[in-house]
Design a protein around this ligand. Structure first.
Ligand SMILES: [Zn+2]
Length: 217
């Protein structure tokens, strides 16, 4: 779903002015920037959003939103700037909303309707296995240079080892709200409306991998 997105979104536009062109590490789909911008505007307004993006040296992205994969370090920098500017609690809520919006985008634009209809008709456990496989095939678009694994079960678990969005980040509780909310939006729509996604271990807390439990009732 996301992989084909990126290619379709590539229209040869140059990177926004002032934004580093050559990432040193991995890359992540542009929703990790554009949906944060959207959610942040809703929360704090245009001026404060611009201040956060400027703090992360990414304000050019507000004028010319990225259409291609972005440097994962930029996404990490944006989350850090957001936490510094509006506090970690409020930043977590914005990250969560951005993840939900990313899920909405994938459902609206990238996961074909007939495939969604098939998943919704299947028993939840089977739909989940198929969705886990599909998400795994496209993990490079959201896990960057991290290593993604999926383990079906009760609950099923997805992990991102060495999550690039956590590198250098220290938190006393799991901090990957963007990823958790994206998974939750997809799972609630395609597997079961009661699914809760809970991050039970996080690289930002010293774990080797961010671990997300996909809890079905
Ligand atoms: Zn994490």
């Amino acid at each position: 779903m996301v992989a084909t997105d990126v290619r379709r979104d590539t229209r040869g536009r140059p990177p926004a002015r002032g934004v580093a062109m050559r990432p040193r590490g991995g890359r992540i789909g542009p929703n990790a920037i554009t949906r944060v911008a959207q959610a942040l505007r809703e929360e704090v307004g245009d001026a404060a959003t611009r201040a956060v993006f400027a703090r992360a040296a990414l304000d050019a992205y507000l004028d010319e939103p990225p259409l291609e994969m972005v440097d994962e370090a930029q996404v990490r920098r944006l989350h850090a700037a957001m936490g510094e500017a509006i506090g970690t609690v409020r930043a977590a809520a914005v990250a969560r909303e951005a993840g939900t919006l990313t899920g909405d985008y994938l459902l609206a634009k990238r996961i074909p309707g007939p495939a969604q209809a098939v998943l919704r008709r299947l028993p939840a456990a089977l739909a989940e296995r198929m969705l886990l496989a599909a998400v795994g095939r496209h993990a490079w678009t959201f896990a960057g240079s991290g290593r993604f694994t999926a383990t079906p079960g009760a609950p099923s678990v997805v992990e991102i080892a060495d999550n690039p969005l956590c590198r250098g980040v220290v938190a006393d509780a799991p901090a990957c709200h963007f990823h958790a909310a994206t998974f939750e939006r997809l799972w609630r729509t395609l597997v079961s409306p009661q699914v809760r996604v809970v991050e039970t271990a996080c690289c930002a807390c010293g774990a080797a991998a961010c671990r997300f439990e996909l809890r079905r009732p």
